[in-house]
Design a protein around this ligand. Structure first.
Ligand code: C2O
Ligand code: CU
Ligand code: CU
Length: 524
């Protein structure tokens, strides 16, 4: 599809301006509030929950697989999606779909993706959870400019930003990202990571899954095929014509960053989408399923539970960085933005015809539920996770050579309300830490409100929260930690292989856009 110009982008109603009603006042959620953010109210007619069928994101086929490398081409362009019945939603879509197509890859087998930008705005692609060299990591100013550069005439400051940047740099039309895939099996995701505009870009569709598999995981014989369900959870809000609502200050998404008023705390929607379908339903057999859940919401935290509960509970087998050492049974699971839950659920204990709802205990009203499983007659294969899932390496904080402290707090950014780390808003030229490759470090993170803190390049392990040990949802290799208001947590992190400049940031995308990000530079 040909690139539309900027005017068409606005006319297509992809973004929306000021003046939206704020439905919920839990703006700066204190300790009692589940999320930090303000909720939009949809104007469109919404479907009845559990009336639409769950879909799976399409799997992208490689264009070549010779030489031990999987090669892909993906084009981000304007498109429309059918999300609400009878309405069309303009999206920014990898491959023109929302969520973007899923990439399936294998440990040790490099993946090379040519991302083409046919959008009317710049694009940056980050593989979240990827152990990726810095020039392919989607540094926030490593823009892929669109072929059509006319918007730059209106926004010379962008050009300026780009020129001021060291190394990596920008491209025009497309960029080749190389992922060595020297990492364990895990469910990663890719999304736009453009400086100041990640929130609206992801909200409008620029996110998809990337699933890495390996021999260790294959050997477990986990539920696969139709019994493996990737579930991308996104809350959204819709205007009367079906377009997404988003409170951008600047609807062109290239000028002034940020969102209006109270939304600076985070943008919450009033419609829950699973793989782009509002409150869907899916038929399941009476067997075990592997549910691979990504919280891809901009700011909404979730507390997932099945109602009625399965007899064996929700058996967690993995997290952002892949398999746990041993399975953990939960009644409910809290998931902050960008976090993933890999779980096995045995539906064989339910009677045929039972409707099992995936609920969000943190959501109000319609947002209290996410999707539904309808138990069928057929018996499926049952799977009981073994007591040992993987050879899990524990990082020992006592081996740490360096302890660093970072405070994630509200602050003023360009004389506006924003979010800062250690008193400073994001600047591409300031390096907050220079960790040595291979060394274990302890990072102490403090949060004033909810801040899901994400670190690029390598996963970490949670050592403790306050004077306590890790929380119930902290097990395994994490790439995002859910910090709650007033909380302090310690993590053990170790960077390997790739030298260069990377970012860490809050994954509440409005906080990220409003400057809650910093650089670290790995050194040999
Ligand atoms: Cu999912 Cu730096 O991001
Ligand atoms: Cu990331
Ligand atoms: Cu934050």
């Amino acid at each position: 599809m040909a690139a539309l110009n900027r005017r068409a982008f606005i006319a297509a109603g992809v973004t929306v301006g000021v003046g939206l009603a704020v439905a919920t006042p839990f703006v700066l959620g204190g300790a009692g509030q589940p999320s930090t953010g303000a909720q939009l109210r949809s104007r469109a007619r919404l479907p009845r929950p559990f009336s639409m069928t769950l879909r799976r994101p399409p799997i992208l086929k490689p264009t070549a697989t010779d030489g031990g490398v999987d090669r892909y081409d993906m084009t981000a362009h304007l498109a429309t999606a059918t999300i609400l019945p009878g309405l069309r939603t303009p999206i920014l879509g990898f491959g023109g779909v929302f969520p973007g197509p899923t990439i399936e890859s294998r440990t040790g087998r490099p993946v090379v993706i040519r991302h083409r930008n046919a959008l009317p705005i710049p694009l940056v692609v980050h593989l979240h959870g990827g152990h990726t060299p810095h020039d392919s990591d989607g540094y926030p100013t490593d823009y892929i400019y669109p072929e059509d550069m006319t918007y730059l005439d209106q926004h010379p400051s962008m050009d300026h930003d780009a020129q001021a940047m060291p190394a990596g740099g920008t491209t025009r039309g497309s960029r080749v990202y190389t992922y060595p895939q020297r990492q364990r099996a895990a469910m990663l995701w890719y999304h736009d990571h453009r400086m100041d505009f990640t929130g609206p870009s992801v909200w409008h569709g620029l996110a998809g899954l990337h699933i890495v598999r390996d021999d260790e995981e294959d050997a477990l014989g986990l539920p696969g095929g139709t019994s493996e369900l990737p579930l991308v959870l996104t809350d959204r809000a819709f205007d009367a014509d079906g377009s997404f609502l988003y409170p951008s200050v600047d609807r062109t998404l290239v000028g002034t960053p940020g969102v209006t008023g109270d939304f600076v705390a985070g943008v919450l929607g009033d419609v829950m989408l699973v793989n782009g379908v509002p409150w869907p339903v899916t038929d399941v057999s009476r067997g075990s399923y592997r549910l691979r859940i990504l919280n891809a919401c901009n700011a909404r935290r979730l507390r997932l539970r099945l109602d009625p509960p399965p007899s064996d509970g929700i058996v967690q087998i993995g997290t952002e960085g892949g398999l746990l050492g041993e399975p953990l049974t939960h009644e409910a699971f809290e998931l902050a933005p960008a976090q993933r839950l890999d779980a096995v659920v045995d539906f064989s204990g339910y009677r045929p015809g039972t409707e099992v709802t995936l609920v969000d205990d943190f959501g109000d009203g319609a947002m209290g539920s996410i999707m539904r499983f309808r138990i069928g007659d057929a018996r499926g294969v049952r799977f009981t996770p073994p007591s040992t899932l993987s050879a899990f390496e524990r990082l020992h904080p006592s081996a740490a050579t360096v302890t660093r402290r970072f405070r994630f707090q509200r602050g003023s950014v360009d004389h506006r309300n924003g979010w800062i780390i250690d008193g400073a808003p994001f600047s591409p030229t300031t390096i907050a830490a220079r960790p040595r490759l291979g060394a274990v470090e302890v990072w102490e993170l403090f949060a004033d409100f909810h801040h899901p803190v994400h670190i690029h390049l390598d996963p970490f392990q949670v050592v403790g929260r306050g004077i306590q040990g890790p929380g119930p949802y902290d097990a395994g290799w994490k790439d995002t930690i859910d910090l709650r208001p007033g909380e302090q947590a310690r993590i053990a992190v170790r960077f390997t292989d790739h030298v260069g400049r990377f970012v860490f940031h809050c994954h509440n995308l409005e906080h990220e856009d409003m400057a809650m990000m910093a650089n670290f530079e790995t050194v040999p």
